[in-house]
Design a protein around this ligand. Structure first.
Ligand code: ZN
Length: 198
């Protein structure tokens, strides 16, 4: 990339480190940013810095939020005895968009994957187990139907079973290997309604 100036080269390099952004896209984004009004680029840079500096994990459900407790955990109208376990904040958002689920969540930030070297201690599982000491009637496991998601579901169910708390798994209908984020609301609700005991 010697034909680019140092600033452009650095920008392209930084953008290409983002997930899903290859060298070509990074270059296109860099040229786009440079062509934009300075204020617009400043706003983008500021939004990234602010989000990184101020967003943290909810102390209860571990989703990303601005405050100590996320809006869902802080909402007394939700059923705090029903916990839906998801892999990412994006999966939580997918179920929230349906507007039908009234329980609360637990975000693992990943899934167990022996192949990728991700173990139970690498996801927010300890935090989930701590919550079970409270008043919990059901844990709905809504991890993805990928190999990692299924492995995680089985692992969690084995951990929780001895506590006597009801453990359920959302129904298939969610396509195998599918990310919850990309699934339509009707399918998500059908998967929730058709959940089975583990
Ligand atoms: Zn929360």
């Amino acid at each position: 990339m010697d034909y680019f100036s140092g600033y452009i080269r650095t920008l392209v390099e930084q953008l290409s480190l983002l997930p899903g952004i290859g060298a070509k896209t990074a270059q296109r984004l860099a040229f786009y940013l440079i062509s934009q009004p300075k204020e617009k680029v400043d706003r983008l840079a500021q939004a990234m810095t602010d989000a990184r500096n101020h967003v943290r994990y909810c102390r209860t459900c571990c989703t990303l939020t601005d405050a100590e407790a996320c809006p869902i955990c802080a909402d007394s109208r939700r059923d705090h005895s029903q916990i839906m376990v998801v892999e990412t904040p994006g999966d939580l958002a997918a179920y929230e968009k349906t507007g039908k689920y009234k329980g609360v969540y637990h975000v693992l930030h990943g899934a167990i994957s022996p192949m990728l070297g991700v173990g139970p201690d690498d996801i927010r599982l300890k935090e989930l187990m701590t919550r079970l000491h409270g008043d919990v009637s059901e844990v709905i496991i809504a991890t993805n139907s990928s190999l990692e998601g299924e492995t995680t579901a089985m692992y969690i169910s084995k951990l929780i079973k001895p506590t006597g708390i009801r453990v359920t798994r959302i129904a298939s209908g969610v396509p195998v290997g599918g990310d919850l984020e990309n699934i339509d609301e009707v399918t998500l609700l059908r998967a929730l309604d058709g959940r089975t005991d583990l």
